[in-house]
Design a protein around this ligand. Sequence first.
Ligand code: GLC
Length: 419
Amino acid sequence: MKKAIALIGITSVLAAASQAGAVTVTLACGTVGIELQLCKEGSARWAKKTGNTVKIFESPALTNDRLGLYQQQLAAKSSDIDVYQLDVVWPGQLSEHFVDLKGKVPAGEVSAHFPAIIEADTVNGKLVAMPWFTDAGVLYYRTDLLKKYGFTSAPKTWPELALMAKKIQDGEQKANKAFTGFVFQGKNYEGLTCDALEWIASFGGGTIVDNSGKISINNAQAAKALDTAASWVKSISPAGITTYDEEAARGIFQAGNAAFMRNWPYAWARGQEEGSKVRGKIGVAPLPSGGARNAATLGGWQLGVSQYSKNQAASIDLVRYLTGPAEQKIRAIQGSYNPTLPALYKDKDVLKAVPFFGSLYNVFTSAVARPSGPTKGKYNQVSQAFSTTVSSVLNGQSKGQAAVAKLATDLARIKGRGW
Ligand code: GLC
C-alpha cells in the first residue's frame, strides 16, 4: 500500500499559483487499464481551464486495497485527498465522509446520468458522489479461433462455453502449452464476488441478499452455479485461476493465450491497442446463461468530495468537469470506459471506437447490483464472506450445497438484528 502514497503533481498553466484564488486539489484515482493516464490528462485539462492545480494520488489497483486505504484517510478526517474515486458499492458505507452534492451540482447535470446509478449514489437523500463510469461483466472471445474450430457464434450457455473452450484449448495446446480455454477473476476478493454473482444470477439463484434484506443464498440454483464454476478449474481454466484478478486475466487473453475471458469493458481498449496480439480478433458478447438469464454484475466508479477537503468549491467543480459529457466521451473512446450518460451511447465516435456499447446496450442497463443497498454498512463483510465461500468451492475444499448453507449461517451472524 506504500506505493499509493506517491503523489504526482500536474501543474497546468505557467505560474498557476500566482492566479488569484488558484488552489491545489488532490484527486485519488484508479490505476487499472489506462485509468491513471486518462485521469491525469482529464485533470490537466481542467487545471488549464481554471488555473488551479491537480495532484494525482495513485490508488492501489485492487478495490479492496483502495477501500482499506481510503477508510484510514477518512477515519482520520485527513484533508490530504479532496476528491475520491468511489466504487459503486461504497456509498452506503462511506456516505458520512462526503459532501452532499445535491443542490451543489445543477439538477440538470445530475438527471443526465442513468437514474439507477444516481440512485446507487444517493444515501438517505444525500447525493454522495457523481457517476464517472459504469461497468458490467462481459464475455470476450477470439473470433479467429471460434472460426478455426468451426463455431459460428459466441456461447449462449455455460455448458456451451465449456465445450467450446475445451475443444479450442485441446487444439491450441498442441503448439502452445500456455494456452487455456477460459480466464476470469478467481482470486478471493471483490472481483470474485462480481464473477460469482453473475454465475448465480444466471442460474436463477438470486443475489446473496435480496432487496428486502433477506438472506437468499441458501438455494439449489446457487449451489449448482458454484459447482459448475468449480468444474472449470483445471479443465478449461488453469489451476492458477484462483489467484487471478482483472489484470492477470487480461494479460493472458491479450498475450493470445486464452479463448474466452470474463472481464469489464476496459479490457477492449487494451486488447485493441497497437502491439496487442489479439488486436482485430476480439469478439464481445453477453455472459452465458445458466438457464435463467444472461447476468452481468453492475460495477462502476463515482467521484465524491471529501467532507474534510479544504477546497470544496474547486473540488466540486473538478467533479462536475470530469463527470461531464466531454470527458466521458474521451474516456469512452480512448479507454472503453462506459459512460454514465445515456446520450453518449448514441454518439457516432463512441460507437465507432467501441461497437459493443451499442450492441450490448441492454447488458449495461440490466446489470445485476451487488447487495450493497440492502446490507448498507455491512456490505464489505457480506462480500468478503461470500467471496471466501466461493473461493473454497473453486479450490475444491467444499461443495456448492454445503457451502451456501454455511454461508447463510455466517451472513445471519453478520446481520445480527439488522443490516
Ligand atoms: C471493477 C468494477 C467495480 C468492482 C471491481 C471488482 O472495478 O467497476 O465495481 O468492485 O471491478 O474488482
